[in-house]
Design a protein around this ligand. Structure first.
Ligand SMILES: NC(=O)c1ccc[n+]([C@@H]2O[C@H](COP(=O)([O-])OP(=O)(O)OC[C@H]3O[C@@H](n4cnc5c(N)ncnc54)[C@H](OP(=O)(O)O)[C@@H]3O)[C@@H](O)[C@H]2O)c1
Length: 160
């Protein structure tokens, strides 16, 4: 499995249920990297999508402990082991904080968008720079949109 995330300088990813940034180049890249693949997400991240609807063109595997939770166009799983019974080697974890934490150990690659800003936040991604299990495998040039600088950095699990 892989994961994709946008972080600030402190690995913050969200505040009050919302994303920290809207960078259109990054949204386009997110679409390119996820289109046609199963995406794994938490129920709270689903709630941030337009109309609370699953992402089109992708199999949406949604985690929720609420046994009554259903959403058209999405498949709901009540725990990780139920999710892992699916054929999801090619899946990409798209958040949020709790789902990244629970599934990172099963990921071999993380596509990180590092945004050079420091934001007020209540949700974080694990700091991969501080984790010896991970190494940077690809760094792209710094880009800028609306005065915000950002960079795509790919991390791979060390020793694979
Ligand atoms: N920067 C980024 O790239 C990025 C990407 C995605 C999200 N985000 C941000 O992250 C924040 C949301 O993260 P979050 O951690 O609060 O919520 P989340 O991970 O999106 O969803 C949490 C919910 O997922 C369900 N869940 C979690 N673990 C589960 C398990 N083991 N089994 C079954 N269900 C499980 C529960 O749903 P129930 O409550 O229904 O039981 C839980 O309340 C938002 O601010 C969002 O904007 C940022």
């Amino acid at each position: 499995m892989k994961a994709i995330v946008a972080v600030d300088e402190n690995w913050a990813i969200g505040n009050k249920g919302q994303l920290l940034f809207r960078i259109s180049a990054d949204l386009k890249r997110f679409k390119e990297l996820t289109m046609g693949r199963p995406v794994v997400l938490g129920r709270k991240t689903l709630a941030t999508f337009p109309g609370g609807r699953p992402l089109p063109g992708r199999r949406n595997l949604i985690l929720s402990r609420d046994p009554g939770f259903r959403v058209e166009g999405g498949e709901v799983f009540s725990d990780i082991s139920a999710l892992l019974r699916e054929e999801i080697d090619d899946a990409i974890v798209i958040g949020g904080g709790s789902i990244y934490k629970e599934l990172l150990k099963l990921c071999d690659t993380v596509y990180v968008t590092k945004v050079f800003a420091s934001c007020e936040a209540d949700t974080w991604f694990p700091d991969l720079d501080a984790d010896p299990a991970w190494e940077v495998t690809r760094t792209e040039p710094v880009m800028e949109e609306n005065g915000l600088q950002f960079q795509y950095v790919t991390y791979g699990r060390r020793g694979l």
